[in-house]
Design a binder for this molecule. Structure first.
Ligand code: SF4
Length: 351
């Protein structure tokens, strides 16, 4: 039998005393639940994910329920969690599992990685936790721990740096207790080796950590090379009919907010009258804009200016697959981008 290396031994001991053991997705080896949690945890913290995860599992208790659900129901439950491609991919992958794999989950790294939205680290985590397979993981938390522990220079998003980190992750992963180890290394990154203010004095690796020994913890991991985020501006049109319902249009399935229901958008400075007439066939009376607000994405800032208008010929828009008159006082189930949700919420709470 291969002995467990000291790094893993120390980590497992720490996990026994301090690790998180009551997260909603723990205590199960059900691949579906572990998969859903791992997808939600990509780019999102545990505290944010927990209520979303619980609502999601209640609505779709297994992969067949998810595969059978309309994508709108899935995106509705994803509203506010961000990175909506994750929800769409989860839904598409559930359909593949049910329709093409007879409801059977993949048993290999390659099999999981072939599903939409599943990368190597997510696949490794599912196989390690659900099946006890010895698979390394390398999510954002683990990258930070290893970059510091080995004092690895360079931004972890860089391919060469990432490949070095994978090699270390592979070597450190033990042959025994791989489920606990996988949870433990994620916990260490989230609870102790935190991005800001790491708690090195509570870390089981402190006597061996190269960054701490070199008094350079804050130098690792190297930050992403700085690139200023551009600012885009957009007008979001609140088109009201005579019943104070608002026109929503479904966005194309891929791209920003793909498949979500949004307010019609045009450039700021556009002649709104003319735009509505030519694009939507609507005659409108334009009211003063609401104050602008900023919504930030990882790659750009979006400055949104809501512009209310009253539609004089609402019948000209037939409700069809891509548009709907939405009653903010009686909202139905559909996925909404966060800024649209914010505007509709403001509308709902305005007397
Ligand atoms: S000693 Fe500090 S920097 Fe090193 S792994 Fe532990 S928490 Fe991270």
């Amino acid at each position: 039998m291969i002995a467990t290396a000291p790094f893993a031994k120390r980590l497992l001991q720490w996990y026994g005393d301090h690790g998180r053991k009551d997260l909603p997705w723990q205590g199960t080896q059900n691949p579906y639940k572990i998969w859903v949690s791992e997808i939600m945890l990509q780019q999102t913290q545990v505290a944010t994910v927990s209520p979303y995860y619980e609502r999601f599992i209640l609505a779709f208790p297994d992969v067949r329920d998810l595969a059978a659900a309309p994508v709108d129901d899935v995106l509705h439950l994803w509203t506010g969690l961000g990175y909506y491609a994750r929800g769409r991919n989860l839904h598409a992958a559930a359909k593949l599992i049910v329709n093409e794999h007879q409801g059977q989950y993949p048993a290999t790294l390659e099999g999981w990685c072939a599903l939409p939205g599943v990368g190597r680290s997510t696949a490794g985590a599912i196989l390690a936790i659900a099946h006890g397979q010895r698979q390394p993981i390398l999510d954002g938390n683990v990258k930070r721990v290893l970059a510091r522990y080995f004092a690895i220079d360079g931004w972890p998003g860089d391919k060469a740096v990432e490949s070095r980190l994978w090699q270390h992750a592979e070597t450190l992963t033990p042959h025994l207790r791989v489920q606990d180890y996988t949870q433990a290394i994620m916990d260490l990154g989230a609870m102790v080796c935190r991005r800001r203010q790491p708690l090195c004095n509570r870390c089981p690796q402190r006597l061996h950590c190269a960054a701490l020994l070199g008094d350079s913890v804050h130098a690792y991991p190297s930050p992403k090379p700085h690139k200023k985020r551009p600012i885009r501006s957009v007008a979001m049109l609140l088109l009201f009919d005579s019943k104070q319902q608002v026109l929503l249009a479904r966005r194309p399935p891929s791209g920003l907010w793909g498949g979500l229901w949004s307010l019609p958008e045009c450039d700021l400075g556009e002649d709104i009258d003319h735009w509505c007439q030519s694009r939507l066939g609507l005659k409108v009376e334009v009211n003063p804009p609401w104050p602008s607000f900023r919504h930030s994405f990882s790659h750009f800032h979006l400055d949104v200016t809501p512009i209310p208008t009253h539609v004089k010929n609402a019948n000209a828009v037939m409700e069809k697959h891509e548009t709907v008159w939405y009653n903010v006082k009686r909202p139905d189930r559909r996925g909404l981008p966060a800024p649209v949700k914010r505007i509709l919420e403001q509308l709902r709470t305005t007397p």
